[in-house]
Each structure stands twice: as C-alpha cells, then as structure tokens.
Design a protein around this ligand. Structure first.
Ligand SMILES: *[C@@H]1O[C@H](CO)[C@@H](O)[C@H](O)[C@H]1NC(C)=O
Ligand SMILES: *[C@@H]1O[C@H](CO)[C@@H](O)[C@H](O)[C@H]1NC(C)=O
Ligand SMILES: *[C@@H]1O[C@H](CO)[C@@H](O)[C@H](O)[C@H]1NC(C)=O
Ligand SMILES: *[C@@H]1O[C@H](CO)[C@@H](O)[C@H](O)[C@H]1NC(C)=O
Ligand SMILES: *[C@@H]1O[C@H](CO)[C@@H](O)[C@H](O)[C@H]1NC(C)=O
Ligand SMILES: *[C@@H]1O[C@H](CO)[C@@H](O)[C@H](O)[C@H]1NC(C)=O
Ligand SMILES: *[C@@H]1O[C@H](CO)[C@@H](O)[C@H](O)[C@H]1NC(C)=O
Length: 919
C-alpha cells in the first residue's frame, strides 16, 4: 500500500516538459487481463477469451476510423491499450490513466473505453468527471452509474442491470410467480441487482430470503440448504457473475438442491466443463436469462458496419488471434467495445469538422490536467445516436429514447441430450425479451413452453410457494366419531362398532393404517387425508392420540419447536386462544355446539294443559271473545222472538245466545230455532269459523303430541344460562373449546369431565343431566350408538369451524389451503359430509335429528303453535260477517226503529207541550 501511494504521489508531480508539441489525440482502452473473474462474462468460446475479443474490436474501430480518414488536427486517432490486473481495485486503473495522461511525449487522451467493471468505474468516474474526460464502458452494468451528478462524463454501450431486472421480473409475472430466494455474488453486480429488485420492483417480486456468496472465500453467508428449505419461496434467482454462479450451482448440486422442488434461474450462462464430476443431466431444468446481441431487424444492428469491423479483425490479426468464424462465438462485450470506441471517434470527428476538437492540457499534477475546448465535443457525445454493431447506441439521457436501445434477453433452459453412454447438456433457447416491446414474446401459454420442469410429471409451471408433494407428514388424530373412528383389533374399540357393519350410504369405507398395527382408523378425517394425499402426493404416518389427552394440550403438541407431529386433524375448532399458538388451515367443516341430555320421561305422560298447546293464549282469548260477542249479538237479533216464545229474563236470553254461539263453533248444530236473517248469517259465520278452528286444532294437536313425545327437560342453551339445571349437574369436558365457551359465557361452576367418552357414560348413569359438545359428533353418537337413551336438545349455537392444526408459519399452509378450498369447490367435502355426518343406524323414529333437519325442526317448533298473527284473518272475516248481519238487522227492523225513534221524540215533546199548556 505504501509503495502504491508513493508511486502515485510521484505521478502527481510528474514534471512538465517545457515545449508543448502537438502530438495528436488518442483513445485509451482499459481491458482486464485474461481471467478476470469479477465481471459476469457470458458463455463464449473459451479458446478466444472475451477480453481478447474486446481488444481486437477496440483496435478494429481505431483502424476503421483511419480507413475512413477520420483525422483530428490532421493526424489519425491513436490508441493505447492498458491491461489491468484482476486483483486490482479501481485505484490501480486510476493510477494507470494518470500516468499515461501526464506523459508529455504521448498524444492527448480524449476518451477512455472502459473500465470493465462497475467497481472500477466508482473510482475512475468521479475523477474523469472532474477533468472532463469521457468514459464509455462496455461492460459496467450497475444502475448506480446512471447518476449524472457523480458520473457526469460516464456513458455505456451495454444496457444497465435495470433492464435485466425488468426482464427477470416480467419472466416471474409470466409464470405467475411473485416471490423468490435471491442468491447474489458478493460484488457490485450482485448487490446492484438486489438493490434494483428491492427498490424498483418490490411490489412485483417479493424477495423472501437472500443469500450472499463470497467467491473469494467460496462460502455463503448462511447455510444454503437450510435457507432454501425454510424459505417460503421455491424459485431461486442467482444474480452473480459467471464464476460465482458456477460455484453456487456446484454447491447446490452437492446439497442435492437442483432438480428437486426448486426452480433455478441464473443471470449468466455457466460453462458445463466444470461439472464433469457430477451427473450433468441433473442440471436439466435450470433456467438462464442472458443478454444477447440481436440482428438488424430486432435490435437495429448496422450489419454493414459489423462486416467492416470483422473484415479488419480477420485481415489484420493482432498478436496472432484470429477472429471467430461464427458471429455467435463473439462475446457481446466485444461488440459493445467497438460501439464505445466508435461513439468516441464519431464525436471527435464531428468536433474536428467544426474545428473545435478538444485537447488535453497536461499539468504537473494529474488533477491539474484537464480536457480543453470540450464543449462541442461533449455536445456531440451527448447527442450520439447511431446504429452500431451491438444495436442502437444512444447516449441522450432523455426519457423518450430511453426505451429503445434494442436490448434483448433470451431465456435458456438446460436440457440433457444424447444417449445413455454419452450424455451432455445444452442450452435451449425458450423465448426472447425485447426492449422494444417490453415483453417475453410469442408465448401466451406458459404451460406450452418447451421447458422440462423438475419433478413435475404433467409439466405445468411449478408454483413459487412450497408444495407438500414428496414431503413426509406426521399426522396425529384423536378418536371422535364420525371424524375419526377407531377400530382396534386387540380390544373392540371404545364404541361398539364392528368394522364390517360400517357400510355407509353407498360409500366405500376404507380404513387407514396407523403406526400401531393393531389400530385402523376410518371416518371423515381418514377419507379427507386420503383425498388430499391423492392430490398432493405426500407421504404420511398417522398416530392416534391417547383418548385422555385434552384438546388444548393436543393442539399445543404442534406448537413446540421440537414437535413430534406436523399436523393434527380431528374435530378441532379454530379458537382465538389456539390461534395464538398454532396456525389453522382453511376450515373443512362448519359446526355448532349442541346440548346432549337424557330424554325426560315425564314430559309426555303428565301435562295438564298440553291440550292447549296447539294455539297460543291470544288465540284462545280471541275464541273466547268471539263466543261472548256472538252470544250478545244473537241475543240482540233474537230478542223479540225469544221473549215472545219463552217469556224469560234478559239475562237468560243472553246465556242462550252464548250457548248458541258455542254450539255453533264446536258442534255445528243448534237446537234453537233462529227466526231472523241476521242471526242466521251470524251463525253461518260462526259455523265456518268453527270448522276451520277445529280442523286446525285437530291436525296440530296430533303433530304436537308426536313431537312432544320425548322432549328434553331443557329446550336449549338459554335454559342452561337461566339456571334451569343446577350448574353442578352440567358436565363439561375440560380444556376444550366448550369449556372456554362455558366459562366465558355461562358459569365457572360445572362438573369437569376428561373425555367425551366419560360424558356419555355419566349421562347414562344419571350423574350429570346435560352436556355440551360439537353438534356433528353428538348427532352421530345419538344417531348411531345411543339411539333412544340420549337426545340432543335445542338448536345449535356458537357456529365455528373445524380445521387442520398446523405449526405456526408452516411452509406448506398455502398449498394445503388451496387444496382444501378446491375440495370444497368440487363438492368433495360435501359428499364426505353426506357420507359420514348424516349416517344413522338407529331407527328413524328417534326424535334426535341430524343437523340437516336441524333448521326444519326449528321452524316446526315455531309453527307448531298457531298464534293470532296466523289466525287473525279468520277472526276478522267473522267480524265482517257479523257487521253484515247488523246491517241486515237494521234494515229489517227499520220500521220498528224509526217508530221507536219517533215515539221517543214524541215523548220528549209531550212534556214541553204540557208545560206550555200549563203556563
Ligand atoms: C511516455 O510515452 C512514451 C511513448 O508513448 C514512452 O516511451 C514513455 O515510456 C512514457 N513515459 C512514461 C513516464 O510513462
Ligand atoms: C473463473 O473462471 C475461469 C474460467 O472461466 C477460471 O480460469 C478462473 O480461474 C476462475 N476464477 C476463479 C477465482 O474461480
Ligand atoms: C451503417 O454503417 C455504414 C458504415 O459505417 C454507414 O455508411 C451507414 O450509414 C450505416 N447505416 C446506418 C443505418 O446507420
Ligand atoms: C472455439 O473457437 C475455435 C477457434 O476460434 C474453434 O475451433 C472451436 O470449435 C470453437 N469452439 C466452440 C465450442 O465453438
Ligand atoms: C481552445 O481553448 C483555448 C482557451 O482555453 C483557446 O485559446 C483556443 O483558441 C481554443 N482553440 C480552439 C480551436 O477553439
Ligand atoms: C414470433 O412471432 C412473429 C410474428 O408473430 C414471428 O414472425 C416469429 O417467427 C415468431 N418467433 C418465434 C421464435 O416463434
Ligand atoms: C413416499 O412414498 C413413495 C411410494 O408411495 C416412495 O417411493 C417414496 O420413497 C416415499 N418418500 C418418502 C420421503 O418417504
């Protein structure tokens, strides 16, 4: 370091010669020595290293300029090539440039082609800007260098990494991927890529994990295998130079991470020669997005210029290095080098024609030197736009033309070729991305691409999230018919169920094996596991939890770090407290709580007033009112006749009217002769009312008595809340969703039970009176095991969902969720529910109904008793009929009434007459 510094200081004070001779201008070319590793050189013919090709094209441009007689101040443009060490940083380049610049015997430096890497531009760029020396790079792609403030005189002919990032992000969009793991080389190129992706494209592409690879140490900053396995993405994007990418792929091959669940995308083409010791076919399916040079139609390449350049190279081989036969063997960097040199030459030519060519004022110190009369030169440089050998070269930094440099990227897929004896791998071109259209062209359907995806038999595009396919799952279940029914060969299960008897409604029952060879399980959950397995292709083992395990501890079994099980399936509810510890899949079944109790033996045989049940009290009141009312009006209508016939008291005649009304309603037969039309109409109305009421009552009473036959002591959760049963007689399974609900909403007092098993047995031996559990489980038990002995009371309450218990942040949650939802959408879950939950072996006369009848029953219980709302119309019609009867009555008796009215009037007038006479 000391030596370098002193050498540099010496240069800075290099002595100026007194005589300033006019010795023409020259262009400096900065090229790395062969074997520079830190730039991401693409696949080129190894026999002609890319730096050699660059130097050849640099020289060709200079020679072509003199062939075209492009002279500056009467002299041809000279050139100097400076080779830089691979190990050097940009400081060495700076030193070299300074040393050459201060040489008074040398011609003036008016432009630099290079340097090769972005890191070196970071050193040289600000210095060049200060002394107004243009730099045109052919391979520095970092997007930071677009900063016109720090790098005012920096240009490049190669597109910046922003374009590559855009192509890569659009490739992700094309395949419907939105996440990736990025592996970057620990250099300017790698970090630059990460910066663009996370700053510009963070909304399009989420980087789930990042790994940094240090080529010098040949190490990742974290464990490759662990990072990839734990990542939520399965798309690995390698953003590194060629040598780093080669090493990264080699590490991945060692760890068996290629060709598995991961899709690898590289940004450079690696050379397969280095993979001789591995099976090269393992690399099949690896993708690479690589920049290529197009032709005249796609990228605007000037083929005349290209041909002229290559003719020079072929005719005047420099240091004996021949030009490649095929154009595809030429590195794109060589093309960019030519265009960079050609851009400088053109600007020099134009400013020289204007007689305003620049010159270098050489001072004693490197920093005091600077380019003179550069304005015109820079104007031309800035306006550079021509069709070069690599495409359109355009230095104007306005946004209008920015989009059209004709950049092209190609997606390659690695494919193995050849027979079993000699296998080799090749790159196959899949599609192209054009800067002009900003899209991957010609393919609309990603599934039709000629890509052999790893591990995807049907050859669809793999997903970017982890898939369960090929994974090994340890599943834990707990007995809960009908979700999990256990068949134990050693002792006949807890539920007296013979496996041969279980021929569910046209549904084949196939038990699943568990880790215990004595135990088979069947039911809803095993069928669900089987369906999921057939679609997701995972391997699994099933363990059956001890029945005494409570549900909360069961759930927390997957919350531990060193868990024994991956997923738990059974009748496990999603609750808020559980969700804090574990995750749940999307629900596979909806459920409610219901109350189980014994049928009440007294409810049917002894009920004094049960005959009144078919009507509500207001209907009864209305009937009573109608009887009284019609009695009165019949009395009014028949008053005269009754009086004349029987000569009885008025009170008695009212009673007779009431009797009449009652007999009309109930017996529909009157023994009293009716004389007036009005009372006949009234009785007709009563008659009709009676028929309807009696019919309704009769029909309803019978259904009411049938339904009532085995009614429970309590009718629902409200009875429990209101304390109709002592809390100590309510059995609650502890540490379950039910006990959480019960303690929060009802009481802290209850009879603790440890298992559902215990719940049934204690109900049967009368030590508890009621209990609460999931409706599906209770209904199944009552419909299949405890036919008439236990019943379910009331309607379901507290709706919630059963779901698969998963560890927190489980990798495969998304895959599982999507498949469960797909099962719901294709009605497979529904058919499972039909097969298992609706199943009943009890005779169907049993009152307990399955959950499908649940709502019907609820409706029934409401319509069972008829209220006045329902029957009100009937009474109204009757009122209207009596109103008509009144009209008849008034019409009939109009003479008598008018008479009566007159007589009253007379009587009123008579006293007045008398008084007038008296006076
Ligand atoms: C200056 O340039 C001349 C010719 O280009 C060369 O011979 C000489 O060694 C250079 N001097 C230094 C100090 O580099
Ligand atoms: C980089 O790769 C080239 C061959 O492409 C090889 O010669 C060189 O040694 C490599 N450099 C490192 C540091 O691996
Ligand atoms: C292509 O290059 C040749 C030779 O330099 C030149 O004469 C011609 O004008 C160029 N064509 C275009 C379209 O720029
Ligand atoms: C590489 O170039 C040399 C000569 O330039 C040629 O003989 C050889 O076939 C080329 N190799 C490949 C793989 O293209
Ligand atoms: C170059 O600039 C100097 C002053 O910086 C001026 O004297 C000279 O005339 C200019 N030469 C040309 C050709 O413009
Ligand atoms: C792409 O499409 C264009 C026109 O639609 C066609 O001319 C060209 O041959 C296609 N290219 C490929 C590779 O299919
Ligand atoms: C999964 O099961 C298949 C056959 O069903 C077997 O070939 C494969 O080795 C198993 N994989 C694991 C990881 O157990």
């Amino acid at each position: 370091m000391h030596r370098v510094m002193s050498r540099f200081l010496f240069l800075l004070v290099c002595v100026a010669l007194s005589i300033d001779i006019l010795n023409g201008v020259q262009i400096l070319g900065l090229f790395p020595e062969q074997g520079d590793t830190l730039s991401h050189n693409p696949n080129v013919n190894q026999s002609g290293h890319w730096t050699n090709q660059c130097m050849q094209m640099f020289r060709a441009a200079i020679v072509l300029a003199s062939d075209y007689k492009i002279y500056v101040d009467g002299q041809p443009i000279a050139s100097t090539i400076l080779n830089t060490n691979i190990e050097s940083n940009g400081f060495a380049e700076l030193e070299l440039v300074c040393r050459t610049m201060c040489n008074r015997t040398d011609s003036d430096i008016v432009g630099v082609v290079g340097p090769a890497s972005s890191t070196k531009v970071r050193y040289l760029g600000p210095f060049a800007a200060r002394i107004h020396l243009p730099l045109i790079s052919y391979s520095a792609t970092n997007a930071d260098l677009d900063d016109a403030y720090n790098y005012a005189t920096f240009y490049r002919t190669i597109p910046s990494d922003t374009l590559l990032a855009e192509a890569v992000v659009q490739l992700f969009n094309f395949f419907s991927w939105s996440s990736c793991i990025i592996i970057l080389g620990k250099d300017d190129y790698g970090y630059g890529g990460l910066k663009i992706l996370s700053e510009v494209y963070h909304s399009n592409l989420s980087i789930q994990d990042r790994l940094i690879f240090d080529l010098r140490l040949d190490k990742f900053h974290a464990n490759l295998k662990e990072t990839l396995e734990k990542s939520r993405s399965r798309i690995v994007l390698v953003w590194a130079c060629q040598n780093s990418t080669t090493r990264i792929i080699r590490h991945a091959l060692n760890d068996g991470l290629i060709g598995g669940n991961y899709v690898w995308i590289m940004t450079s083409k690696i050379v397969f020669n280095g993979f001789k010791q591995y099976d090269p076919t393992k690399l099949a399916g690896v993708l690479a997005v690589v920049h290529i040079i197009g032709n005249s139609s796609t990228s605007g390449v000037n083929e005349t210029l290209q041909k002229e350049a290559f003719d020079i190279w072929r005719n005047r081989p420099y240091e004996g290095k021949k030009a490649p036969e095929k154009l595809s063997d030429v590195s794109p960097f060589a093309m960019y080098t030519f265009d960079a040199t050609w851009a400088l030459i053109q600007a020099l030519n134009k400013s020289s024609i204007d007689k305003k060519s620049p010159s270098m004022s050489k001072a004693t110190s490197c920093f005091d030197s600077s380019l003179q009369n550069y304005t015109t030169y820079f104007d031309y440089l800035q306006k550079t736009r021509f069709f070069g050998v690599s495409g359109i070269v355009d230095f104007s930094k306005n946004d209008l033309n920015e989009d059209n440099h004709g950049g092209m990227y190609v997606l390659y897929s690695v494919r193995s070729k050849g027979n079993s004896k000699k296998k080799e791998v090749i790159y196959e071109q899949i599609m192209t991305w054009h800067e002009t259209s900003h899209s991957w062209t010609n393919y609309t359907n990603p599934d039709k691409l000629n890509i052999i995806w790893p591990r995807n038999p049907i050859n669809t595009v793999p997903t970017d999230y982890p898939q369960l396919q090929g994974q090994y799952l340890r599943i834990l279940v707990i007995e809960a018919p009908p979700f999990v029914i256990i068949h134990n060969f050693s002792n006949q299960g807890h539920f007296s169920n013979n496996i041969n008897n279980v021929k569910h409604n046209n549904f084949r029952c196939e038990p699943l094996e568990t880790t215990n060879s004595n135990i088979l399980i069947y039911g809803f959950v095993p069928d669900l596991i089987r369906i999921l397995q057939s679609q997701m292709h995972f391997n699994f083992t099933i363990d059956v939890a001890n029945l005494s395990t409570d549900y909360h501890s069961l759930v927390s079994l997957v919350a531990n770090d060193n868990r024994q099980y991956d997923i738990i399936l059974s009748d496990i509810r999603i609750t808020s407290s559980r969700l804090l510890k574990v995750d749940f899949s999307t629900p596979y079944h909806e459920n409610t709580f219901r109350i189980i109790t014994r049928p009440n033996p007294y409810s049917t045989s002894f009920s004094l007033f049960s005959c009144f049940n078919p009507f509500t009290w207001d209907v009864w009141a209305a009937i009573f009112a109608v009887i009284i009312y019609s009695g009165f009006i019949i009395y009014i209508f028949e008053r005269h006749n009754i009086k004349t016939e029987h000569c009885e008291s008025e009170f008695k005649s009212i009673l007779i009217g009431i009797c009449h009304a009652m007999t009309s309603i109930l017996i529909m037969d009157g023994n009293i002769r009716l004389s007036t039309h009005s009372s006949r109409i009234t009785v007709l109305g009563l008659y009709a009312l009676g028929i309807i009421l009696v019919a309704t009552y009769t029909a309803n009473l019978s259904s009411f008595l049938t339904l009532n036959r085995s009614q429970a002591t309590i009718s629902g959760i409200d009875d429990i809340k209101n304390g109709r049963l002592p809390f100590s007689r309510i059995g609650i399974v502890t540490n379950s969703a039910v006990s959480d609900y019960y303690i929060q909403n009802i009481s802290t007092e209850y009879e603790p039970l440890s298992t559902i098993e215990e719940m049934y047995s204690r109900l049967l031996d009368h030590t508890i009176d009621a209990s609460i559990w999931d409706s599906s489980v209770l209904e199944y038990a009552v419909n299949n095991y405890y036919c008439e002995k236990l019943i379910i009371a009331g309607v379901g309450f507290v709706k919630s969902s059963f779901a698969i218990v998963l560890p927190k942040n489980w990798l495969y949650k998304r895959d599982l969720d999507l498949h469960i939802l797909a099962l719901r959408e294709t009605q497979k879950l529904e058919s499972l529910e039909n097969a298992w939950l609706r199943h009943r072996t009890c005779p169907s006369s049993s009152s307990s109904s399955s959950s499908s009848n649940n709502e019907n029953k609820e409706d029934n219980s409401k319509t069972e008793t008829f209220s006045l709302d329902v029957l009100g119309g009937l009474f109204l019609i009757f009122l209207i009929i009596t109103a008509i009867a009144f009209c008849f009555h008034f019409w009939h008796c109009r003479a008598a009434i008018i008479n009566g009215f007159r007589q009253t009037k007379k009587r009123m007038r008579l006293p007045t007459l008398q008084t007038t006479i008296k006076s």
